[in-house]
Design a binder for this molecule. Structure first.
Ligand SMILES: [Zn+2]
Length: 186
């Protein structure tokens, strides 16, 4: 009985931790999450000014330290990171979503973003024009909002789409549903 109670308590704590996950920069407890946020702060201004995606990998370099490749300048809605050096152990990819536009639903990872990360088996960090920080977890096959608008540097022209606000967590199916139900109205 006690064991069951303890299991429930552990599950409850895990649930609360997951649902309280972040929303604010100061709530990021994971080193790699914080490292990703710092990279985005550096590259968001250029990504927004040029309206191009920038991308690369986060990993551990030959001396055992957290490091990043790139940023490589991609296109308006895609970016393919260069192959990292051989002694670079990949932990995740990262990419930005360029400048704010009302025309595209860029505050969430795209279906292709999540599908690609799952297929490659590599987690992916994404920064949006509104400064949201997302993590696509390849193993859990889900996208998680790590922290909310303004978490990393954002486009000053950004306006939240009140008619179609982004959620906190997506699967392939719910991202697909979101794309299908998007009327483009904000
Ligand atoms: Zn993307």
């Amino acid at each position: 009985m006690f064991a069951v109670f303890r299991l429930l308590a552990v599950l409850l704590v895990a649930f609360l931790a997951a649902s309280a996950a972040a929303q604010q920069r100061g709530d990021l407890t994971d080193d790699v999450d914080r490292y990703a946020a710092a990279i985005f702060d550096r590259i968001q201004p250029r990504s927004i000014a040029d309206d191009r995606e920038f991308c690369g990998y986060i990993g551990v370099n030959g001396t055992g330290k957290l490091a990043a490749t790139g940023p490589k300048r991609g296109r308006r809605d895609s970016c393919e990171p260069d192959e990292p050096p051989e002694d670079f152990e990949i932990l995740a990819s990262y990419h930005t979503h360029g400048a704010y536009t009302q025309e595209a639903d860029t505050e969430v990872p795209s279906l292709e973003d999540l599908a690609g990360d799952i297929e490659e088996g590599i987690d992916g960090y994404i920064a949006t024009p509104g400064g949201r920080l997302w993590l696509n977890d390849a193993r859990l096959r889900r996208a998680f909002l790590l922290c909310g608008p303004g978490c990393v540097k954002r486009d000053r022209r950004f306006r939240e789409c009140r008619a179609y606000p982004p959620g906190h967590e997506y699967t392939l199916r719910s991202l697909q549903r979101r794309a299908e139900n998007d009327t483009g109205e904000c």
